[in-house]
Design a protein around this ligand. Structure first.
Ligand code: DCS
Length: 478
């Protein structure tokens, strides 16, 4: 029988995805036993009580139930601009939401995405080079699938990283080439470090072909500066790497000093020879931002400087899955062309989205401040994205206890935290980190009114844990 464990594809067995790993499984068990669990392990805003934005749900509801458009009372339930948009999107489909679309997505929605990119960056964007996907994850997998030919192909990935990358590289049998982000520089990226990583990989016979950046960062929450992005793009130019720009958190910014700037804009600003010489694929999603529509599974990628024959091949492979989710394509269309000032739904839309973003901004601060008030915990401010990534300085007694329990030290700490408080986090080792340094990741998504209580219960647990295991010297922090 092929589906026996011993006979499985080894790449499947090797692949790890910590966001739904040991901690998540234990939390689910505890929940079944009746314990209250705060699931801060996944960036899944609606699961933690965030309400959907009204306008997009109205439009998609009408698209899902087009007979409502013929009901004489439709105008009493839905605003006229939602009705008009539903008709617009239905007219872009060939048979409504129940029909497959083109495998790259509906041409009309890809055009809306291109117009959004053009407005955002100030440079033209071609709908033919935009593919809609079932969430950004599927897009990343499609592109890595085209890049990785075998274990001799290396992909530069930040450490710490979001494990979609390590897991997909494992599945596809490629080699992950790590570059380390610098925690003491607010998780900045040092290009010298990149050079070393590439040189080391090459000395092991690996051909480095692509580089991933996550901006704003997951789990690290930093926003890359324009200067840093320029250095990265120059590096990719010199080393002939395709840059995979994961920009799914571009709307999630919680400070004004370092706004989000897309890799595409920086590349175009750099002009010749870079603007025509660097291959770039940028990813976006409806799962994040103030939309948080994770369950809808909508995303896109835009390709820059990718030859037409390659685009054709990517199209061919996308065609095997026939069509991305059509209702999610409409969410994407709405995300990139939301109500405008003067539209009937504008005020409500602006109020709802501003409310979510401002609350996230406050929650980011409550969390960072809360972590920094705890014994042996240090945490950089969440400039963007949805996570807090505090470093936990574990005393030698805790390292010993973890060893006895047969657990990695950060897993040991997170399990104890879960048992004591119901807070379900992800151990930092799931994202990769330097030897001997320990972290955990939480989302900043619990309801704002519950935040102070959560941070109090974290502090109480942590400070007791430290008192229990501390003996005064030899901390884990390097
Ligand atoms: N890229 C990054 C950096 C992400 O954090 C995520 C999701 C994705 C891509 C994929 O998003 P979609 O496929 O939904 O578009 N982040 C996961 C996480 O770390 N917690 O929750 C989900």
């Amino acid at each position: 029988m092929a589906l026996e464990y011993d006979l499985l594809n080894e790449n499947v067995k090797k692949c790890q995805y910590a966001v739904r790993g040991e901690l998540y499984l234990r939390a689910s068990e505890l929940q079944k036993e009746g314990k209250k669990i705060i699931f801060t392990n996944v960036g899944n805003p609606h699961a933690l009580g965030q309400k959907p934005l009204t306008f997009p749900r109205q439009v998609v509801a009408l698209c899902q139930a087009p007979f409502l458009l013929d009901d004489p009372n439709v105008g009493m339930l839905f605003p006229a601009d939602a009705i008009a948009r539903a008709k617009h999107y239905l007219s872009l489909t060939s048979g409504g939401l129940g029909a497959y679309s083109d495998s790259r997505g509906l041409p009309g929605v890809r055009k809306e995405v291109a117009e959004f990119i053009q407005r955002r960056d100030g440079y033209p964007s071609d709908p033919e080079l935009i593919f809609l996907t079932d969430g950004a994850s599927k897009g990343v997998m499609q592109i890595l699938n085209c890049v990785i030919r075998g274990e001799g192909d290396g992909i530069l990935v930040p450490v710490p990283q979001y494990p979609l990358y390590s897991a997909t590289i494992s599945l596809l049998g490629g080699s992950l080439v790590p570059y380390y982000l610098d925690e003491s520089e607010n998780w900045g990226l040092d290009v010298n470090n990149l050079r070393q990583s590439v040189a080391q990989a090459r000395s092991q016979g690996i051909s480095v072909r692509a580089m991933v950046i996550i901006n704003p960062g997951n789990p690290t929450g930093q926003c890359l500066s324009e200067a840093n992005l320029k250095e990265i793009l120059k590096f990719c130019y010199n080393e002939k790497l395709v840059l995979l720009g994961d920009e799914v958190y571009q709307q999630n910014i919680y400070q004004d000093e370092r706004p989000f700037i897309s890799s595409k804009k920086v590349l175009m600003d750099m002009g010749s020879p870079f603007s025509k010489g660097v291959q770039l694929v940028s990813f976006h999603t409806v799962s994040k931002g103030y939309w948080g529509e994770c369950g809808q599974r909508g995303g896109y990628f835009e390709m820059t400087n990718i030859p037409p024959r390659v685009v054709e091949e990517i199209y061919k492979v996308a065609s095997i899955a026939l069509s991305p989710n059509v209702s999610a394509q409409i969410f994407m269309g709405l995300m990139v062309s939301p109500p405008k000032p003067g539209d009937i739904s504008y005020d409500q839309f602006a109020r709802e989205s501003k409310g979510i973003l401002e609350s996230l901004r406050r929650r980011a601060k409550i969390m960072t401040d809360g972590f920094n008030s705890c014994k042996n915990v240090v945490c950089n401010f969440t400039e963007g994205a949805m996570y807090s990534f505090p470093q936990i300085r574990l005393p030698p007694g805790a390292l010993q206890a973890a060893k006895q329990a047969g657990k990695a030290p950060d897993v040991f700490y997170c399990l104890k935290l879960l048992e004591a408080t119901g807070i379900s986090t992800v151990p930092g080792s799931g994202f990769g980190q330097k030897e001997g340094v320990f972290h955990l990741r939480t989302t900043i998504l619990p309801a704002e009114e519950e935040m102070p209580e959560i941070m109090d219960s974290f502090k109480k647990f942590n400070d007791e844990f430290m008192a229990q295991y501390e003996n005064g010297f030899g901390y884990s922090r390097m």
